[in-house]
Design a binder for this molecule. Structure first.
Ligand SMILES: C[S@@+](CC[C@H](N)C(=O)[O-])C[C@H]1O[C@@H](n2cnc3c(N)ncnc32)[C@H](O)[C@@H]1O
Length: 225
């Protein structure tokens, strides 16, 4: 299911943020263990994680018209199994039980707690019985509530944590400019690369511990009937 070559070149080496690289590795590891024919990528941007899902029907939904158009254009003649929906996650409704896997990363932190929970309930509704939900959320006041909602809807739940305080500091200080990753001479240097990889390793080794982490990656298996 997973295209590891793509991961290595596009994400592992090029991404500047250790916490994101750790998330991609955790996500790919989970995807390699599950099967499904239809995937929903909730807030897909321009489908850059599309190569994570091989031989499946992929639907990306995002409210950014240009990004969705870019993704659709890129995959237009490639596989015939990639589709884009330009819509707001809060307002759009797919049919219930129509995806085997739903994934949402780096997005739900943008919403207030009420909207975030509403969106999670919607996304869970779209997943078919026995299906999987891989969702990343911030650890804030919504966290325990979301876990208890997901525990009721899925037979098996596993949680991994990422973005520790040190990664956050490094990313804010040396990579991000107004929230976006920005290349500069330092973050492209060998020294930064070494720090980045040490942090990725540290993130992965400590991913079972919630201590000092900002985000939770929740892996839900086997949606209940
Ligand atoms: C940081 S990107 C995340 C992209 C990708 N999922 C990832 O993990 O990197 C956040 C995306 O959420 C989209 N987004 C924000 N609010 C949205 C909404 N209400 N409905 C649909 N998409 C939304 C933005 O357009 C953007 O493409």
């Amino acid at each position: 299911m997973t295209n590891w070559n793509y991961l290595v070149f596009k994400f592992i080496f090029r991404d500047l943020r250790p916490s994101r690289i750790a998330l991609w590795i955790l996500l790919l590891n989970e995807l390699s263990k599950i099967n499904g024919k239809k995937v929903l990528d909730a807030a897909s941007a321009s489908f850059y994680t599309r190569p994570f899902y091989k031989h499946v029907k992929y639907v990306g939904i995002d409210n950014d018209k240009e990004r969705v158009a870019e993704g659709v254009k890129h995959y237009k003649d490639k596989d015939g199994e990639t589709f884009g929906v330009i819509a707001d996650l809060k307002n759009y409704n797919f049919m219930d039980n129509c995806f085997d896997i739903c994934v949402s990363t780096n997005t739900l932190y943008k919403f207030n707690i009420k909207d975030r929970i509403e969106i999670i309930n919607k996304l869970v509704g779209y997943i078919s019985e026995g299906g999987h939900f891989l969702v990343q959320i911030p650890i804030d006041d919504s966290y325990l509530n979301i876990i208890s909602i997901l525990k009721k809807r899925f037979s098996k739940i596993k949680i991994r944590f990422h973005k520790n305080r040190l990664s956050k500091f490094i990313e804010t200080k040396f990579v991000e400019k107004e929230g976006w990753a920005t290349e500069n001479a330092f973050n492209r240097s060998i020294i930064f690369m070494m720090i980045k990889w040490m942090m990725v390793l540290y993130e992965l080794v400590t991913s079972r511990s919630k201590k000092t982490k900002c985000n939770a990656f929740i892996i839900c298996h086997k949606k209940k009937a």
